[in-house]
Write a protein that binds this ligand. Structure first.
Ligand code: SF4
Length: 433
């Protein structure tokens, strides 16, 4: 039997090879997985033209996935250094890479990226339209936006972020609202400017059905972007953000009618006490579609450490039902991340995702921690390193400060509680002198 998208296949009762792989990776029964895909609660972003992909599922009952942003910009347009980052991100086993390229030879970079990447690839065609077409924003025609989306789909991009929810009515509220940071989404700000300069409705919204045609043909998952995501904790959960979310919920239903898979993007910056309510609102207004968040950054005052502010919010968000975390690096708000920034961002986000998975009782999440605890109590340092989220760093720290007694560490030395209790329990001789 033929099928168009993973959702179409699931609704027809067809088990695709992608579903089989995801069910094995997640240790979830394939029929349960198929049911979740059919309902839109899980997506498998896997463009038919992305041949090197190792598919992953995002959504209910599955491990929280993480995304890394990369790409060339006008100020940093060295393709080779971005490719180095791609290799490192793949070595660190990220599940997703978003190409945010916005300048020059974007297609050349995108093709290389898709060709070499087992991770799913996302993009924001709006950035590319501005960078690649190299013309004034105001002069870009509606068809040209669609042409860029089509090109990304043909190239094998697995999911695209489109800011279709920023309608004229929502953008009018932005102008009349007392937000501190207005619009901080890059794609959202470009669309807002295009709409104002041309005095027209959002072309991504008005051409939504044509975009669905493209997505259906290539099985591109839609990541419905939140152009009005809060850019500071003062703006979170306001009317503008929620108005846009309501539109995204309507668009989700339209996409599902065409069997197009959908994720919803979310905040942004947000105080800790609002995170849970935002997850509930998103799941409710968007009918259980997977939730993909950047952050949330739980305070605005820590540039240089925003991988930490984001991991705090990300862990809480994931524990409450967020399915996909976009990484944030220490360079957030300051510059394009370098390789080291990227590594720190990945580790922080992986920790957040895993902490959420423990709380969500995801299959196998706790086992990892229990193995580590067992290795700790055994003072089995090699096993501890094997289990570390960042073995290189752990090994370096220990090597930089060697203990007198090899079984302990320099924190407590001979007074190592693990060592003391182990010796007593094993009825071994204990000397603390
Ligand atoms: S010395 Fe202290 S910190 Fe180090 S392993 Fe033993 S109990 Fe843990």
């Amino acid at each position: 039997m033929n099928f168009t998208t993973q959702m179409d296949a699931a609704r027809k009762g067809i088990v695709t090879k992608e579903m089989e792989i995801v069910s094995q990776k997640e240790k979830i029964d394939v029929s349960k997985l198929m049911d979740l895909i059919a309902k839109g609660q899980v997506v498998i972003p896997a463009n038919k033209n992305h041949k090197s992909i190792s598919p992953e599922g995002i959504g209910k009952n599955l491990r929280t996935k993480i995304n890394v942003n990369l790409g060339i910009s006008r100020d940093c347009n060295n393709i080779d250094s971005e490719i180095e980052k791609v290799k490192t991100a793949l070595d660190m086993k990220v599940e997703s890479i978003m190409d945010l390229s916005s300048y020059g030879k974007t297609r050349e970079f995108r093709e290389k990226l898709i060709d070499m990447s087992s991770a799913m690839i996302g993009s924001v065609p709006m950035y590319d339209a501005v960078g690649f077409l190299d013309k004034d924003l105001k002069d870009i025609k509606e068809e040209e936006f669609l042409d860029v989306i089509k090109q990304h789909a043909l190239d094998g991009v697995d999911f695209i972020t489109i800011h279709a929810g920023l309608t004229r009515s929502v953008s009018k509220k932005i102008k009349n609202h007392d937000r501190l940071t207005h619009i901080v989404s890059r794609g959202g700000s470009l669309l807002f400017a295009w709409m104002e300069l041309n005095n027209k409705e959002n072309p991504i919204y008005t051409n939504f059905d044509k975009i669905l045609d493209i997505c259906e043909e290539h099985d591109v998952t839609l990541s419905l972007g939140d152009a009005c995501r809060p850019g500071c904790i003062s703006d979170s959960t306001d009317g503008v953000q929620i108005d846009e979310l309501i539109v995204l919920g309507e668009l989700t239903k339209r996409a599902w009618k065409r069997n197009v898979q959908v994720m919803i993007e979310g905040p942004g910056h947000m105080a800790i006490d609002e995170i849970e309510a935002n997850v509930v609102l998103q799941k409710r207004l968007c009918h259980g579609a997977p939730f993909y968040v950047l952050g949330p950054l739980v305070t605005d005052i820590a540039p240089g450490y925003d991988h930490i502010t984001s991991a705090i919010g990300g862990a809480l968000a994931s524990s409450k039902g967020v399915d996909f975390l976009c990484y944030v690096t220490p360079a957030e708000h300051l510059r394009l991340p370098n390789l080291e920034d990227m590594k720190e961002g990945i580790i922080a986000t992986k920790i957040a995702a895993h902490a959420g998975d423990i709380a969500k009782n995801i299959h196998g999440a706790r086992d990892w921690d229990n193995k580590m605890s067992k290795a700790r109590v055994e003072l089995d340092w090699e096993e501890m390193f094997n289990l570390c989220i960042d073995p290189k760093k752990a090994r370096r720290y220990r090597d930089e400060s060697r203990p007198t007694h090899d079984d302990s560490c320099t924190m407590c030395g001979k007074m190592c509680s693990m060592r003391t209790v182990k010796k007593i329990l094993n009825e071994e001789e204990l000397s603390l002198i």
